[in-house]
Ligand binder design. Structure first.
Ligand code: IVH
Length: 665
């Protein structure tokens, strides 16, 4: 009993902390904890709730990490139809809409016409139902009348409040979307052929997933733009948006009250450029009549209300010249034609390169070197060449010749039957493929070795210091010091970063190997099904095909990878390098030397960055805090420590140097 009381207090405390830090991170964008520290809090909560399942409540932030698997989503009927908006690309039509509304409200005896201008978020509409302050249902729009109940997935979105003040029963509608950064990170972690074209597609695909833990990992966001409350007295849309904010929703903040048509035009003009600087994609402006009482009076057509309209920005285009086409060789040998363009300003940034995807695309465009071309940026993050201005083809236009040999290593290229791409088959020796593998290995979702960048990889491969990722772990500082732009300090940093990466999980390592078709999600499944490289190596194609999410193509690709003659030696090297070749080793290797200890870092550290040092403490059972109190158990003082050290000394907290800290680890 006392255990349970204690646990319930601890759970309440953890939830409060998690909600506080979650709001700092997601809503206020000024985090105080590192991602790792935050995850640790969540892990503690989950562990406690597992131990005391009776204490789990529907608003617990632990539900945000997902876990539930849904076989089929249940259909739900919307309380009122989820209408869409009528769209226009024309400012003239916006004016017509404005005048139409003016007439309609005049019929109701109203002559003051206030409109709210909002950004049009490019994502997927959902509806949220709150009862007694708790999120009870999240649903897709579906056909507008009937959608899917995707509550388990919606709960994983950090900016969807699980609990709000008790305001009776309310419905909130808004847009789920992926921030550009989260979208890029998701795509980076996926095999090339499975990448999403844009954040909206990624969002739509993710919301439909049946594995809510995967949904949680993909980091989506939510903005609210509509509130319908039983006890909601507010009759102005603008104040409803404010109310939504007070309840803990994000509205995106950029809406504005417009008293005349001119204000609307100014808002549209202002955001036509500014929107490119936002961390997420927007494709227009939505205008809504502020007086909610008039909404019903104005009514709706079959699909859209008469009191609102969406103005969509035209896709951004620019004209430029194709200077040359270069052929890039990817880490898997794929040859990609890349257009080198005369630099031109498009959608807020200068574009000088654009992928032409493959040779079929070149033919489809009918493009030649020196052509005048139109490039466009619509929903996509990366602009693309959409057409050639044929009438202006210059006399010196040259056809684009498909190379017959690899531009990097000279090996004759091959084009597998039925595929659109050419490949360089020289997997082992082609320097471009080696560089590609190294960069993939070091990338954020893989081993996350920040100090191993492109310039360094280029040099390491050019002078043949490194041929595969295993070689990295045997590099010595003196070999690195004299490389271009390196020096002693950078050499030390790299060796240390590599050293630290040895502890990265087996799952990450599996992904980092760069096996064709094996993205982060597949690596996770594989690491569970085959918890060591040995086990994986021995698995047959049939066995692999039974692993969730792994189809025959992926299974085949994994077997092909392990069948390569160079593999045994290569894995021997990885083993000698001390990498985690199995899932079990990593957790067990770490000690509990910081169990129950609250640690504060002050001043600069030489051996580790702050983040890593904090992780080292937490892996060993300790906590890391940012301010000194009586509860602080240990201060690690680096060079030039700040006032926190003085305070700690006054409080009599134990202080150690970085060297002593290292010894404690
Ligand atoms: S209001 C009845 N406001 O655009 C009014 N929609 O093209 C319902 N959208 O289905 C929508 N940003 O998915 C509204 N600020 C915003 C919006 C917005 C994006 C989406 C929404 C809607 C679609 C219509």
């Amino acid at each position: 009993m006392t255990d349970s009381i204690h646990a319930s207090e601890r759970i309440a405390h953890l939830r409060k902390q998690i909600e506080h830090h979650s709001s700092l991170y997601y809503i206020e964008a000024r985090p105080e904890l590192s991602d790792y520290e935050f995850d640790k809090l969540l892990e503690q909560l989950i562990a406690l709730e597992r131990q005391f399942p009776d204490l789990v409540t529907p608003d617990s932030p632990s539900l945000r990490v997902g876990g539930a698997i849904t076989k089929e989503f249940v259909s739900v009927i919307h309380r009122e139809p989820m209408l869409s908006l009528s769209n226009t690309y024309s400012l003239g039509e916006v004016e017509e809409f404005y005048n139409r509304v003016k007439k309609l409200i005049a019929l109701e005896g109203v002559d003051e016409q206030e409109m709210v201008a909002e950004l049009k978020f490019d994502g997927v509409a959902i509806s949220l139902l709150y009862r007694d302050g708790l999120l009870v249902r999240g649903a897709t729009r579906g056909d507008g009348v009937q959608g899917d109940d995707i509550t388990v997935n919606i709960r994983t979105i950090p900016t969807v409040p699980l609990k709000i003040g008790d305001v009776g029963e309310i419905e909130v509608r808004g847009e789920v979307f992926m921030r550009k950064e989260d979208f890029e990170q998701l795509n980076e972690s996926r095999p090339e052929e499975e990448r999403f074209a844009n954040p909206r597609n990624a969002t739509a695909g993710t919301l439909k997933l049946q594995d809510s833990a995967e949904v949680a990992r993909r980091r989506m966001s939510f903005v609210a733009y509509y509130l319908k409350g039983i006890r909601d007295e507010s009759t102005a849309h603008f104040s409803r948006l404010k109310l939504l904010e007070e309840l803990g929703f994000s509205t995106g903040n950029y809406y504005q009250l417009c008293r005349e048509l001119n204000d609307i035009n100014e808002f549209i003009a202002e955001w036509s450029e500014k929107r490119w600087k936002l961390p997420y994609e927007t494709d227009g402006v939505v205008l809504k009549l502020n007086a909610v009482t008039l909404w019903d009076k104005l009514g709706a057509t079959a699909k859209s209300p008469r009191w609102a309209i969406a103005y969509k920005y035209p896709a951004q285009q620019a004209r430029t010249v194709l200077i040359a086409v270069v052929f890039q060789v990817g880490r898997l040998g794929t040859i990609t034609p890349v257009a080198e363009l005369e630099p031109v300003l498009l959608a807020g940034s200068t574009v000088s390169r654009s992928t032409l995807h493959n040779f079929d695309e070149i033919q489809r465009l009918g493009i030649m070197v020196h052509d005048r071309v139109i490039i466009e940026k619509s929903g996509e993050v990366i602009p693309k060449v959409i057409s050639v201005v044929l009438e202006e083809r210059p006399s010196d236009a040259l056809p684009i010749v498909i190379p017959s040999n690899c531009p990097e290593c000279g090996t004759p290229l091959s084009r597998p039957e039925g595929e659109v791409s050419y490949y360089c088959p020289n997997e082992e020796e082609c320097p471009a493929q080696i560089r590609g593998r190294l960069l993939h290995f070091a990338s954020r979702n893989a081993m996350d070795i920040k100090s191993l960048g492109k310039a360094l990889v280029d040099q390491l491969v050019a002078i043949k210091l490194v041929k595969d990722v295993g070689d990295l772990y045997f590099l010595q500082e003196p070999q690195l010091e004299n490389l271009e732009r390196m020096g002693r300090k950078s050499a030390q940093n790299l060796v240390r970063a590599l050293d630290e990466s040895r502890a990265k999980s087996y799952e990450r390592l599996l992904y980092a190997l760069g096996i064709r078709h094996v993205g982060r999600a597949t690596a996770r499944e594989l690491s569970q099904a085959c918890p060591s490289l040995d086990a994986l190596m021995q698995a047959s194609e049939e066995e692999l095909s039974t692993v969730p999410d792994i189809g025959p193509v992926v299974a085949r690709s994994i077997c092909d990878y392990f069948a390569k003659p160079s593999v045994p030696d290569f894995f021997e090297k990885l083993n000698a390098a001390g990498l985690q070749l199995s899932a079990l080793e990593s957790a067990a290797q770490i000690n509990r030397n910081f169990e129950g200890l609250t640690v504060l870092f002050t001043g600069g550290l030489d051996r580790h960055d702050r983040q890593t040092a904090s992780e080292l403490v937490m892996e060993r059972g300790g906590r890391v805090v940012n301010s000194v109190s009586k509860k602080t158990g240990l201060i690690v003082a680096g060079h030039d420590p700040g006032s926190k050290l003085d305070k700690a000394l006054k409080l009599g907290v134990r202080v150690v140097s970085e060297d002593e800290f290292e010894a404690m680890l």
